[in-house]
Design a protein around this ligand. Structure first.
Ligand code: LLP
Length: 424
């Protein structure tokens, strides 16, 4: 994060707090979150896109405090379940500024959203149109999620704007057209715009321009066919960040220029009034604000093979390495070492060989049990995707700001886990 330093004792500090102190006070592994970094990214987005709406994608990381920070910074919220919705509401978020997503929303998700008075629901299937048309009082504002068939260069599991995947209604083949006609025919639904999300960890701005062109084209078609002018254009999130030094990232100002140009072009070509744009960054808001601290449990040098530095966390707190082949950096956080660097694999404590946090990273040769390791850029999709695999309780989330640590989420306990086990 922006507030990372090394103190006079060679310890890494974030937000004025030594990570080694977090490890001592809260135990390890622990997720550390730099509040000012999160707030700073929110402000950067608002300043860079002064006319757009920025809706934080809660799936990246949601705790009540995080919901409060982003709403205090003027962001809206994108949620994708009744659980995320309730978390946001319990933090005091304004339901009118909440957007509900999901390709398979349950009736519980939909009724929670209607009961709360959620501002917009993003319609994603014909079943949902039927359910929404028959439920609730008053008219519900909705967007329709479409797939513009725009490919992006990212992990396959993170690609959502192409034809062959489960989200939205494809623009091609008349699918979106049918869905839009049905929504417009429902007296209880008020269609106000379109939504698309191309994927995640995208670093090239060009696909966003193509998507804007196709979505504005669809809006112009809706005006032509139905006489309805849609005023909102939600182009999703997916803005890539750099995980290790030298990794490419999608800079918000680069994206802003692309979005502006694409909108100007498309609106001029279709003589369509400029819609209000919504962006839904998740990772780009919280990713770099997070650092995970671990303690080294053992160092295993295997003759003719790798050296494994084994820590007290792993794929349960960071599933992204095994799942997406993600790469992370690692640093010693509790002391300065003058020992030469050696190339090691940092492995977790879980019972499978694929449980690795970082392969071929350089760490000092004198690393020993008890040392504290820091893995940066773990703010997005870590806490929110954590599991209790091997009955290892999930780590706490500790916020740091102005030299003060504050627990946002406590560590899970084995008692928590056993409480759900009701069948003995
Ligand atoms: N909007 C919608 C509709 C989305 O589905 C997502 C992410 C976002 C916004 C935010 O995307 P972001 O700006 O955070 O990239 N678990 C994966 C990422 C899955 C993203 C799912 N949808 C990972 O760890 O990389």
């Amino acid at each position: 994060p922006a507030t990372t330093h090394v103190d006079e004792r060679g310890r890494i500090t974030v937000g004025g707090v030594a990570l080694a102190d977090v490890a001592d006070h809260f135990g390890t592994p622990a997720y550390v979150l730099d509040e000012s970094d999160v707030r700073h990214r929110c402000r950067t987005y608002r300043d860079t896109f002064p006319e757009a709406e920025i809706a934080y994608a809660a799936k990246a990381l949601l705790t009540r405090a995080v919901a409060r920070w982003v709403t205090e910074e003027g962001l809206s919220l994108d949620v994708c379940s009744a659980g995320e919705l309730e978390t946001a509401l319990s933090a005091g978020a304004d339901p009118r500024r909440i957007i509900l997503h999901g390709n398979a929303k349950t009736s519980a998700d939909l009724s929670a959203a209607r009961a709360a008075g959620v501002g917009r629901i993003v319609v994603d299937s014909h079943t949902e149109i039927t359910l929404l048309a028959a439920s609730g009082r008053g008219r519900q504002n909705v967007l329709v999620r479409v797939t513009p068939d725009v490919g992006v260069r990212t992990h396959r599991a993170l690609t959502t704007g192409v034809h062959d995947q489960k989200f939205g209604f494809p623009i091609s083949g008349g699918h979106a057209e049918d869905a839009l006609r049905r929504v417009l025919g429902q007296p209880r639904l008020n269609l106000i715009g379109l939504h698309c999300h191309l994927g995640s960890q995208i670093t090239d701005p060009a696909p966003f321009a193509t998507a804007i062109d196709r979505l504005v084209g669809t809006m112009a078609q809706v005006r032509h066919d139905h006489g309805t002018i849609l005023t909102q254009l939600n182009i999703g999130g997916g803005h890539g960040i750099s995980y290790t030094t030298g990794d490419p990232a999608l800079d918000p100002s680069t994206l802003a220029a692309t979005v502006e140009d694409a909108l100007d072009d498309a609106c001029a070509r279709h003589r369509f009034p400029r819609p209000r744009v919504t962006l839904e960054p998740g990772r780009a808001i919280v990713g770099r604000a997070g650092v995970t601290v671990y303690r080294v449990l053992s160092v295993k040098r295997i003759e003719g093979a790798r050296t494994f530095v084994c820590v007290d966390g792993g794929m349960s707190d960071n599933p992204r390495v095994a799942r997406y082949g993600a790469r992370y950096g690692v640093a010693v956080a509790n002391r300065h070492s003058t020992a030469p660097a050696t190339v090691v694999t940092v492995a977790g404590r879980h019972c499978e060989a694929g449980d690795e946090l970082a392969v071929d990273v350089s760490l000092p040769a004198d690393l020993r049990p008890g040392d504290v390791l820091a893995v940066p850029v773990t703010g997005a999709y870590h806490h929110s995707m954590a599991s209790s695999y091997n009955a290892v309780p999930r780590p706490p989330v500790v916020a740091v700001a102005h030299g003060v640590p504050r627990e946002l989420v406590r560590r899970e306990t084995v008692t928590d886990l056993l409480r759900r086990d009701v069948g003995a």
